[in-house]
Ligand binder design. Structure first.
Ligand code: PLP
Length: 482
């Protein structure tokens, strides 16, 4: 390590105990061998010089390739398929518009997301409106604009009916369902439960209302689902329910929405095998869904009736590997137990997903020195701000840059603004040019929502000679009380 005068800094000698499992007879593949000096084709140094550190770097090419690959896989096996881009995964405007240019609709879950999709120019008929908290005002707008409303609970159903009565029109609705596939923890807090009979009751209420029409069924069985058979079971249960409704209630379901949940190439904490071995191919999921769908809709084909439209709302699988975070070392230290530690300028504030993932973290330049177990901390004054509890790295120094891979999903939406400005988000265009798609925050952004009542516009009060506090009369003016 060197100081500002390029002189070696003295470090006290340290005995490194070798832990079982750290080195085997083949040696350990050092992180040093694994250098990533360009990101999506652009040199890391250039990106950091131009856009600062930390910086999120996104690949337009990768997003387009991901969406096309998954859509093509579905379309090869089932003709009528729509992808609803799950805004909550990453609602940076440029990323949403890449998805929309690829033909994806908007899948939104709140008033804000609905308004954002409309602001970007997405027509109401291409918006799927999920979520448990839709105000009457936003429902009125979404219904008037032709959005697909996915109902979460009975109160919402009643509100929609009251809007339909006021409009004098019949409003089509989709019911969100939940049930146990036997493969994942059921998310029973969203939508209507099939096993308890709640879902059937809700469908019956819709069928009985002259103001509502049940046209779709939806479910989202969870996220980062490692078992394609969960989807086969999901579709089987949804088709069985659809058939039951169509047989008993004079209902014709036009669309089945299977939600999202396909995994990305990230390494989930607690999963022993690396992602290359633990994550099934997307085609396995597509085959599971479409095979179950063909089987479950056989009764329709037999009676020459059209097959339902298939909607999927994949989020993380579409975008996670299309974004990296470049983050720099701002300090290094030895912890009391002897482990090496580094403080980075990007931490849990930017990488919410570091709570669940061991992201692939690579060096961006060659670094000499022995590889050691290292803890990577973020910049927050918060003990839980740990990017990685244990990673083997050579001795990093101030200014070294690390590339954190697969950060495109849920970080640009769940990041937190705690004591730091959020950094630039950059897009590498298909032609290799780059530009900012979300500007770094600054003081004006951080304070623009604050309101200061007039008596609080000066931070310090003037204490008079008599020891009494002077009163503030107006901004910048202090008037003695006595
Ligand atoms: C209703 C709904 N659809 C789609 C998604 C996207 O899920 P994923 O990113 O796991 O594909 C979510 C995420 O939780 C969701 O709640």
């Amino acid at each position: 390590m060197q100081n500002m005068f390029n002189k070696a800094i003295w470090e006290p000698p340290f005995i490194q105990p070798h832990k079982i499992g750290e080195i085997n007879k083949f040696g350990r593949r050092a992180a040093k061998d694994n250098i990533c000096d360009t990101v999506f084709g652009v040199p890391v140094k250039l990106l950091v010089e131009k856009y600062g550190s930390p910086v999120f770097v996104t690949s337009e090419k990768q997003i387009r390739e991901n969406v096309r690959r998954v859509k093509r896989a579905f379309e090869r096996r089932y003709g009528n398929v729509i992808h609803g881009w799950s805004y909550k995964t990453n609602y940076t405007s440029a990323i949403c518009n890449i998805m929309h240019q690829e033909g994806s609709w908007a899948e939104v879950v709140s008033e804000f997301e609905y308004e954002k999709a409309r602001l970007l120019g997405v027509p109401g008929e291409r918006i799927i409106f999920n979520g448990p908290n839709k105000s009457k005002a936003i429902l009125e707008r979404a219904i008037a604009e032709g959005a697909r409303i996915h109902v979460d609970h009975l109160e919402e159903l009643h509100t929609i009916e009251s809007i339909a009565i006021a409009r004098g029109s019949v409003v089509p609705v989709t019911l969100r369902l939940n049930f146990d596939t036997g493969y994942t923890e059921p998310w029973s807090r969203f939508g209507f439960n099939i096993e308890s009979g709640q879902a059937y009751l809700a469908a019956k209420l819709v069928a009985l209302s002259p103001h509502l029409k049940l046209t779709g069924l939806h479910s989202h069985i969870g996220t980062f689902i490692l078992e394609p058979r969960a989807y086969a079971e999901q579709v089987r249960i949804m088709c069985k329910f659809m058939r039951e409704l169509e047989g008993n209630e004079n209902i014709q379901i036009e669309s089945l929405d299977i939600g999202g949940g396909f995994p990305s190439n990230n390494a989930l904490k607690g999963v022993y095998l690396p992602p290359e071995q633990s994550i099934p191919a997307i085609s396995d999921y597509v085959n599971a869904v479409t095979s179950a769908l063909m089987e479950g809709t056989q009764y329709r084909r037999e009676s020459n009736r059209p097959l339902p439209q298939l909607i999927f709302e994949s989020g993380r699988a579409m975008v996670d590997d299309a974004q990296m975070l470049l983050t720099s070392v701002v300090g290094t230290k030895r912890l009391a137990d002897g482990r090496r530690a580094c403080v980075l300028d990007g931490g849990a504030n930017l990488l919410f997903t570091s709570y669940w993932y061991n992201h692939l973290i690579k060096l961006t330049s060659e670094i000499d020195g022995p590889v050691e177990e290292t803890v990577l901390y973020g910049p927050l004054c918060m003990n839980i701000d740990v990017v990685r509890h244990s990673i083997h790295l050579p001795p990093l120094k101030h200014g070294d840059i690390l590339a954190v891979h697969c950060v495109g999903a849920y970080n640009n939406t769940q990041w937190m603004q705690f004591i730091e400005y959020r950094p630039n988000v950059v897009l590498v265009h298909e032609d290799g040019e780059s530009s900012i798609i979300r500007k770094a925050e600054d003081l004006s952004v951080m304070t623009q929502q604050d309101c200061l009542p007039s008596h609080l516009q000066i931070p310090f009060l003037d204490i008079g000679r008599n020891g009494r506090i002077n009163k503030i009369a107006s901004v910048g003016q202090i008037e003695a009380v006595s």
